[in-house]
Design a protein around this ligand. Sequence first.
Ligand SMILES: Nc1nc2c(ncn2[C@@H]2O[C@H](COP(=O)(O)OP(=O)(O)OP(=O)(O)O)[C@@H](O)[C@H]2O)c(=O)[nH]1
Ligand SMILES: [Mg+2]
Length: 349
Amino acid sequence: MEFDTIAAVSTALGEGAIGIVRLSGDEAISIADKIYKGKKPLKEVASHTIVYGHLIDPKTNDRVEEAMVSILRAPKTFTREDVVEINCHGGIMSVNRVLQLVLTNGARLAEPGEFTKRAFLNGRIDLSQAEGVMDLIRAKTDKAMSIALNQVEGRLSKKITVLRQALLETVANVEVNIDYPEYDAETMTHDLLKTKADFVIGEIEKLLQTAEQGKIVREGLSTVIIGRPNVGKSSLLNSLVHENKAIVTDIPGTTRDVIEEYVNVRGVPLKLVDTAGIRETEDIVEKIGVERSRQVLKEAELILLVLNYGDELTKEDEALFEAVEMMNVIVIVNKTDQEKKIDLEKVKS
Ligand SMILES: Nc1nc2c(ncn2[C@@H]2O[C@H](COP(=O)(O)OP(=O)(O)OP(=O)(O)O)[C@@H](O)[C@H]2O)c(=O)[nH]1
Ligand SMILES: [Mg+2]
C-alpha cells in the first residue's frame, strides 16, 4: 500500500532527558535529510544505525537542535515503511520545535494510533496484535502488561488461526466428499461434523471467557462501596488505598460526590468507587449524591456492602441487600470495636 509520510512525537510530552519525533513513509528519510547536518546525508547511512548531527531550519540555516537520528529502512520496521526516529532533548519546546520542522518540510501530523494502523494495514501485525499494542501502552499493572505483551506477540492470533484451520479442513473434507465421492477421503458423517464443530465452539467459548478476564485486567474491576450513611465507607476506601483520599467525619451524609481510586490486588486493578450513603434525604446536594450512588451501583462488577457491628440491621440495610441481590457482593461488617448489636445470622441468610 502507498501512504503519505507521517510524523508525531513518540515519547510522552513533558520534561524528560530525551524526546523522540518519529517519521514513517516513503519520504521519511528525504524529509529528515532536509533538516539534518551530520558527517554524511542520512540517505547514505546504513539501515538500523543511529548517527549524531545537528538539526537545522533549511530556510534560515539556523541550528535548532542537537540530535541522534535512527535510520530504519523498510521492510524491517514497525510500520514496514521507512522510519526515521529523531532523538532530541526532551522538553515540550524542543520536541515541538523538531516536530514543526518536519511538518513544514513535507510530513503530515499522524493521527493517534496511525503508526500502529499502518503496521496493521501493511500486514506487519494483525488486528488482535494492534489492540495489544494499545493495551501495552495503557497497562496499569504488571499482569495487564504481560497479557498485553502476549497479545502483541501474537498468541491470541495463533489460537484463532488454529481454529480457523480446523474449520477450513472440515469444509474442504465435505467438499471432497461431494465433488469426488469416489475418492478415499474420510466421510464427513453428521456425527463426525458435530464432534468437530462442538470442539471448535468449545474453544471459542473458552477464548471469550478469557476476553472477559482480559477486560477486567485491562480496565480494572469496577468495585463500588455502598452502605448507609456513616457506616465507614470512606474510611474503608482510605484504608485500602493507604491515603486520606475521601473526607471522613462522624456526620452522616459526608460523602456526596462519587470518588474513584485504583488499587492493585495481586495484579488485578480494582477501580474502587466510594459513594454517598444511600438514604431518603431532603438535602438537595446529598440527594444528587444519592442519585449518583444508585447510578454507579447499576454499572458495578463487584459490590462492597458495608454494615455496622454496633447497629441493628435497619430497613435501609435490607433495601440495599435487595438492590444488590443479583450482583457479586462482599458484605463487610465494620466497627467491630463497638458493642455488638447486629444479627450476624440474619446477615448471612
Ligand atoms: N468506632 C469506629 N468508628 C469508625 C470505624 N470506621 C469508621 N469509623 C468512624 O465512622 C464515622 C463515619 O465514617 P465514614 O468513613 O465517613 O462513613 P461513610 O460511610 O463514608 O459516611 P457517609 O459518607 O456519610 O455516607 C467516622 O467518624 C469514622 O471515624 C470503626 O471501625 N470503628
Ligand atoms: Mg463517606
